[in-house]
Write a protein that binds this ligand. Structure first.
Ligand SMILES: *Cc1c(COP(=O)(O)O)cnc(C)c1O
Length: 428
């Protein structure tokens, strides 16, 4: 909101209208909210959040959260089993971005254990890590926060579907080494943010094995072939699985790294002579002190759905996505798809207003389309009937990225969406 000079401000009525509109538009449980991955209202998960709030306990020690700690224990073990890790360790973190940071910290710790104590002086040179051009920006955040510098997050080119090109990864690793840098981690993405692309995990794992690099997978989408070859993986139940915000997990193939990397041994919390197995005190595995209980709502939802229920849940999201693609293909004049075979629930497209429908395809038309999408988004928000996100990507001007991640979405919502886009955008 722009600030007015002289502190004038709006009339109270106008402010109220704006607030009502925002509430209408931004209720993420509405089936016509397609703006973000983290949305929806799983009722069982809400029940879990209520009890969590009432219990108001802290996850740092077993003594004050015994039942929740045990729930973490069993749920994380189950997730590691699904991933294909034989043993290992896991932790819940405040979001996928922080989970990715944990993985990078553990990777550096594994290669340079002295870093924790001695800092930069423990390193024989400049460290660098690799991720795809379309990866989530949190890896860049990790590079900045860890003192690597964002230049040392090297972005690997992607193919036309947005997947990392393994031969390019190999080439860039060699190039970095030739410059005297020390590669230590490769992050592959399973379900990129905009296009929903899956990097080829096996091929990336091969490159990591060749150069003995830590292989991390940033996964938000519950689809994981090849992930068992990674050293760590971020898995965000608050994305497609529909668990309420926040709920993010990171898993490690090797047990003991998290504690060795992050432990500070505060005497007043983590006494070693407690009357129980102090391995259940998870607080010293993390860079936080207090930790929110993010497990109960996940545990409860999983108990209510079971593995089978989650499979159905995913099937529904993918079914809705194919329905949307199928409907859009029936009207190629109105909707231009950027990728008509999406690998995930992301559908990237331009809405084509009437005046541009007869224009020849090509960069000129795309440029005009790119100008139109933000205006259409503005109309959506004002109408309060629909929410879809847009962005540019590489050489593509602004396009919409529709994301179906809520169980509430039905075929009629997709039908409505297409009609509404046309109603709001026809004359643009
Ligand atoms: C959403 C997302 C993240 C970040 O997760 P937050 O929980 O928002 O921090 C990281 N990587 C990918 C691929 C994502 O989709």
């Amino acid at each position: 909101m722009e600030e007015e000079e002289g502190g004038g401000g709006e009339e109270e009525g106008e402010v109220c209208d704006t607030v009502t509109q925002i509430v209408l538009v931004w209720f993420t449980g509405h089936p016509r909210f397609m703006n973000q991955l983290s949305c929806g209202t799983e009722v069982v998960s809400i029940a879990g959040e209520w009890l969590t709030a009432a219990a108001n306990t802290n996850m740092f020690t077993y003594e004050i959260a015994p039942v929740f700690i045990l729930m973490e224990h069993v749920t994380m073990k189950h997730m590691r089993k699904i991933i294909g890790y034989k043993a290992g360790d896991s932790i819940l973190a405040p979001g996928g971005s922080v989970s990715n940071l944990y993985a990078a910290l553990a990777a550096r710790h594994k290669m340079f254990p002295e870093y924790k104590k001695k800092g930069l002086l423990a390193l024989p040179g400049e460290l660098c890590m690799f991720t795809s051009l379309h990866s989530h920006y949190s890896m860049m955040g990790a590079a900045a926060a860890m003192g690597l510098g964002t230049d040392n997050l090297i972005e690997v080119p992607v193919d036309e579907k947005g997947r990392m090109i393994p031969s390019e990864l190999d080439r860039l690793i060699q190039e970095a080494k030739a410059k005297g840098k020390i590669p230590f981690l490769v992050c592959a993405t399973a379900g990129t943010t905009v296009m929903g692309a899956f990097d080829p995990l096996h091929a990336v794992a091969d490159v990591c094995e060749k150069y003995k690099l830590w292989f991390h997978v940033d996964n938000q989408r519950h689809k994981m072939d090849g992930v068992e070859r990674s050293q760590s993986i971020t898995w965000n139940p608050h994305k497609l699985m529909g668990v309420l915000l926040q709920c993010s997990t990171v898993h490690f193939q090797e047990d003991g790294l998290l504690i060795s990397c992050n432990q500070m041994c505060a005497d007043y919390l983590f006494q070693q002579d407690k009357p129980y197995d102090v391995n259940y005190d998870t607080g010293d595995k993390v860079i936080q002190c207090g930790r929110h209980n993010d497990i109960f709502k996940l545990w409860l939802l999983w108990r209510s759905k079971g593995d089978e229920g989650f499979e159905k849940h995913m099937d529904h999201l993918f079914e809705m996505t194919s329905y949307m693609i199928q409907r859009m293909k029936q009207h190629p004049d109105k909707y231009e798809l950027l990728n008509d075979e999406p690998e995930c629930t992301n559908v990237c497209f331009w809405y084509v207003p009437h005046r541009l429908r007869s224009m020849k395809a090509g960069p000129d038309r795309h440029k005009l389309l790119g100008d139109v999408q933000p205006i259409l988004k503005g109309r959506m928000m004002t109408a309060g009937t629909l929410m879809i996100g847009y962005q540019p990507l590489d050489h593509h001007p602004n396009f919409f990225r529709n994301i179906i991640s809520s169980q509430a979405v039905r075929r009629e919502d997709i039908d409505f969406m297409l009609e509404e886009l046309d109603r709001l955008g026809y004359d643009l």
